[in-house]
Design a binder for this molecule. Structure first.
Ligand SMILES: [Zn+2]
Length: 283
């Protein structure tokens, strides 16, 4: 552990539409019809792909194939799998909506906010002071100076949540680093769109800000998971055995974590692959 970095601003940038992205990257978009629904998809040839795979992400379908593969075969494969693609998109939309619901609360009096796995009430009080104040006892108290905009309030609240998650993560990183005999790099908390956590090449760790809304055991699971990647970079048997060997009994193993995550709209599959939403199918 070296430095702690914090990203002060919430990611508010709009995601480009698939058509815009495709145009920017010069990718040709094709269309698939399922009943009355039209689903755009793209075809990508990759030097690194050794076989065909269909990747379904919210609002995006892509077929990746090895260089030299026949494009007509790929369109046929997509067509064959259209029902599967349609149902995956529906599941992903539902999951994305539920995940979005975790953080889409408005900061108003009486709002319930999920925090470390519990729903807590928020009270907003006016203050004469210049700065926004935040307190936490059995619920949240936000002190709002006259003239403070909603966005300022939200940014300050997110910063506060970030600090709480960092305070949860740091001792966990320390404990599991000792258990696993590994030396992690920097720790950062980020509002990541597609991952719960990540472990960079130099051992820098990032954790998703949304973890602060989930039970602490899940944060511990993600911390232990990422630190195990400092010993095994893959998801091999050795990786899972190592993770199992360090997690205490009260932490759900990856097979049993499903129940907790489903409440938050997430799946076992998503946490195993550290992905918040994407699904991948190989052919
Ligand atoms: Zn992993």
């Amino acid at each position: 552990m070296k430095l702690f970095s914090r990203n002060r601003t919430r990611e508010r940038n709009r995601h480009p539409l698939p058509e815009e992205k495709a145009a920017a990257e010069n990718i040709e978009l094709h269309e698939l019809k399922v009943g009355t629904t039209t689903i755009p998809y793209s075809v990508r040839f990759s030097r690194r792909a050794c076989r065909r795979r269909i990747v379904v992400r919210p609002g995006k379908v892509e077929i990746v194939a090895p260089l030299g593969d026949r494009e007509s075969e790929l369109h046929r494969l997509i067509d064959e799998r259209r029902q599967w693609i349609f149902s995956k998109l529906e599941v992903l939309k539902d999951r994305t909506d539920r995940l979005h619901a975790l953080t889409s609360y408005a900061l108003r009096n009486g709002t319930k906010i999920p925090y470390r796995g519990r729903l807590l009430s928020l009270e907003i009080h006016p203050t004469e002071k210049k700065d926004i104040g935040i307190e936490y006892r059995t619920g949240f108290r936000v002190y709002r100076p006259a003239g403070a905009a909603d966005e300022e309030l939200r940014n300050e609240f997110d910063m506060w949540l970030r600090d709480r998650l960092l305070a949860d993560a740091v001792p966990l990183v320390r404990r599991y680093s000792i258990l696993l005999d590994v030396k992690p790099g920097r720790i950062s908390i980020r509002d990541m769109k597609t991952r719960w956590g990540s472990c960079g090449g130099r051992g820098d760790l990032s954790f998703n800000l949304k973890l602060i809304h989930l039970p602490r055991d899940l944060t511990e699971y993600v911390v232990a998971h990422e630190l195990c990647h400092l010993r095994h970079r893959d998801h091999s048997r050795r990786f899972w055995d190592l993770l199992d060997s360090v997690l205490p009994a009260r932490i759900p193993r990856h097979r049993r974590i499903e129940g907790c995550l489903l409440q938050a709209g997430l799946s076992d599959e998503s946490i195993r692959n550290h992905l918040v939403v994407p699904m991948v199918s190989r052919h």
